[in-house]
Ligand binder design. Structure first.
Ligand code: IPM
Ligand code: MN
Length: 367
């Protein structure tokens, strides 16, 4: 199931820093376009690793729809144990029309989020020069925000159930689970991020209707923001949708619950060029285990194998990964390369993207 892939060579030995930094990265290519876009991301990571003097050891795990259909396994415990030992996980996408909805989502994605305690889902939305967002009058300077989505609780926690199934009175409930500790650690991360950015934190919720959870979120966010010394804005989620389209410049860091963050981040992707360019990092900020980086888009089975997948979201996810690993310069190189390619007119073919990214990285290095 796992293949040990190649190991990149470090560039010049870092005489002053001892042994080169080395990272083991688990690569889960997954289904559909996942393998195509993460192959490009891997090449980009390898290129900046050489330049910045660190070593990457890739380990590939063939999880996803094909593996499930062939074996009945979604995420075997033995594989999970191996994944725990990685420094980070790069995931393409999982899902296929042949697998019933929920099997891979709950069994793989949500299980990883819970087991690895990936309590922040970091979803930056940045309109890059040359990219047509969904709203023609938006300018790149006005659309650069990050959604910090709580990633282990809320309506995703799995609480609820069905009774009287198959009768006229069948009832189904989904309960939103919000713990003080869970909300607090998420808002704390968001406040820290806001203080490293433009210092604006907005809580998005629906406190006028979801009175119990909303109250917990509001009190917690107010306390955390006050403790961090940053102002806290608030918007109801419906109004936030309107503002994101109408006046996105008001947002810097948005902190919100799991489902609101899921929905808002697709809107953020549409505003900044589509799902193809949207990255995400499922973070364990306490670093008690590896974090998972994946493009926001799914497996896109309709275009899989046509050579037309956009790898930008995967490359930007890899940039988030390198930043999390403590390689901010390498991360910035990937980010800049994606901007350069988008700025000169994004290619339609994945292979042209690949070439253009490598070219941009070479130019950045001044080679
Ligand atoms: C996402 C996806 C997932 C989510 C699904 C596939 C479980 O939509 O990462 O945004 O809802 O979190
Ligand atoms: Mn989603």
């Amino acid at each position: 199931m796992t293949t040990e892939d190649h190991v990149t060579e470090a560039g010049d030995p870092l005489a002053d820093r001892g042994r080169p930094r080395a990272y083991t990265i688990a690569h889960l290519p997954g289904d559909g376009i996942g393998p195509e876009v993460t192959a490009v991301a891997r090449e980009c990571v390898d290129a900046v690793a050489v330049r910045h003097g660190f070593v990457v050891e890739w380990r590939t795990y063939t999880l996803g729809a094909q593996h499930y259909l062939g074996t009945g396994e979604v995420l075997p415990d033995t594989v999970l144990d191996e994944l725990r030992k990685a420094d980070a996980i790069l995931l393409g996408a999982v899902g296929s029309p042949e697998v019933p909805p929920g099997v891979l989502e709950r069994g793989l994605l949500l299980r990883l989020r819970a087991e690895l305690d990936l309590y922040v889902n970091l979803r930056p939305s940045k309109l890059r020069p040359g990219v047509a967002g969904a709203v023609a009058r938006h300018h790149a300077a006005d659309l650069d925000f990050v959604i910090v989505r709580e990633n282990t609780e809320g309506l995703y926690a799995g609480a609820g159930g069905t009774v009287h199934r198959g009768t006229a009175f069948e009832s189904a409930t989904e309960e939103s689970l919000n713990t003080r500790a869970g909300v607090e650690r998420c808002v704390r991360y968001a406040a820290g991020l806001a203080s490293r950015r433009r210092g604006r934190l907005t809580l998005v919720h629906k406190t006028n209707v979801l009175a119990h959870a909303g109250d917990l979120w509001r009190r917690t966010a107010e306390e955390v923001a006050a403790g961090a010394g940053i102002p806290l804005d608030y918007a109801h989620v419906d109004a936030a949708c309107l503002y994101l389209v109408d006046d996105p410049a008001r947002f810097d860091v948005i902190v919100t619950d799991n489902l609101f963050g899921d929905i808002l981040s697709d809107l953020g992707a549409a505003l900044t060029g589509g799902l193809g360019v949207a990255p995400s990092g499922n973070l364990n900020p306490d670093r008690t285990g590896p974090s998972v980086f994946e493009p926001v888009h799914g497996s896109a089975p309709d275009i899989a194998g046509t050579g037309r997948a956009n790898p930008a979201g995967a490359v930007l996810s890899a940039a988030l990964m390198l930043d999390h690993l403590g390689e901010p310069e390498a991360s910035a190189d990937l980010d800049a390369a994606v901007s350069a390619v988008l700025g000169s007119g994004a290619p339609a073919a994945t292979s042209d993207w690949d070439d253009a990214l490598q070219q941009a990285l070479t130019e950045e290095a001044g080679v």
